[in-house]
Design a protein around this ligand. Structure first.
Ligand SMILES: [Ca+2]
Length: 251
């Protein structure tokens, strides 16, 4: 009896949720109704050293989080707030280039409930250290003391890059050549996955992370912000993100 009642409630909740999302999609222009990509300064909120760079002949701008200077911090958030209690998938290309053989410190995809000007710490903070209401998937190119190595992808919570909830080692270098990343969040099972692949023809994706995370609970926001942070320290890097799109997952 209780199970049956719960099921009806669950079904009712699902229908209400679907209806609400359709209404939200129609009324807001909808972060999740279709692909969303930042094309102008109005589409993305930039802080610190982050800039939109319009390359000649390219209709889509590049988000340059850091520009190869020392102790730089940049953040770029989608201007439209998004429903962090729902599933989403984000794909992007990143190109992280150090001045020498090493480059630091890396970038992170972050969902947060703080605000459109949120900006964290430099260096190993990757631009998100201290963003307490956040979930990050970091692409770290520099080994700080708590890090396993200088080429890892990890999930972190609460703006703490020193504590990896889960970490994976890409078979490709994150520094030097551009790579494609795909991060998917399944709100029903509260699992986040991250894949990377090189841009070489025929390259296959590598699954790096598959971890339980309650994004809405951790960020304290059902309507929050998603975007990227990046930082440099005493070692520098030019860190670009482009071809960024947010979509609803395929059924
Ligand atoms: Ca690091």
């Amino acid at each position: 009896m209780r199970f049956s009642r719960s099921s009806r409630v669950a079904r009712g909740g699902l229908w209400a949720s679907t209806l609400l999302s359709l209404v939200a999609a129609v009324s807001s222009g909808a972060a999740f109704a279709a692909d969303v990509e930042p094309r102008t300064d109005r589409d993305v909120s930039l802080s610190g050293t982050a800039r939109l760079v319009h390359r000649p002949g390219d209709s889509k701008p590049v988000i340059r989080l850091t520009a190869d200077g020392f102790k730089q911090i940049g953040s770029a958030w989608l201007t439209k707030r998004v429903n962090l209690a729902r599933s989403f998938e984000i794909t992007f290309t990143a190109r992280l280039r150090g001045g020498g053989r090493t480059g630091a410190d890396g970038i992170a995809f972050v969902a947060q409930g703080i605000g459109p000007r949120a900006l964290g710490g430099w260096g190993g903070g990757l631009g998100y250290r201290g963003l307490s209401r956040s979930v990050a998937v970091e692409f770290d190119t520099y080994q700080n003391a708590p890090d396993p190595d200088s080429n890892h992808v990890a999930v972190t919570l609460g703006g703490d890059p020193d504590r990896h909830v889960a970490a994976g080692d890409p078979s490709i270098p994150l520094l030097g050549k551009p790579f494609r990343a795909r991060i998917r969040y399944d709100a029903d099972t509260q699992r986040i996955t991250a894949h990377v692949r090189s841009l070489a023809p025929g390259a296959t994706e590598q699954l790096l992370l598959d971890e339980h995370v309650d994004i809405a609970g951790t960020t304290g926001a059902t309507r929050g912000w998603i975007g990227f942070t990046g930082a440099t320290g005493d070692v520098t890097s030019r860190q670009d993100v482009y071809d960024w799109a947010v979509t609803t997952p395929q059924a």
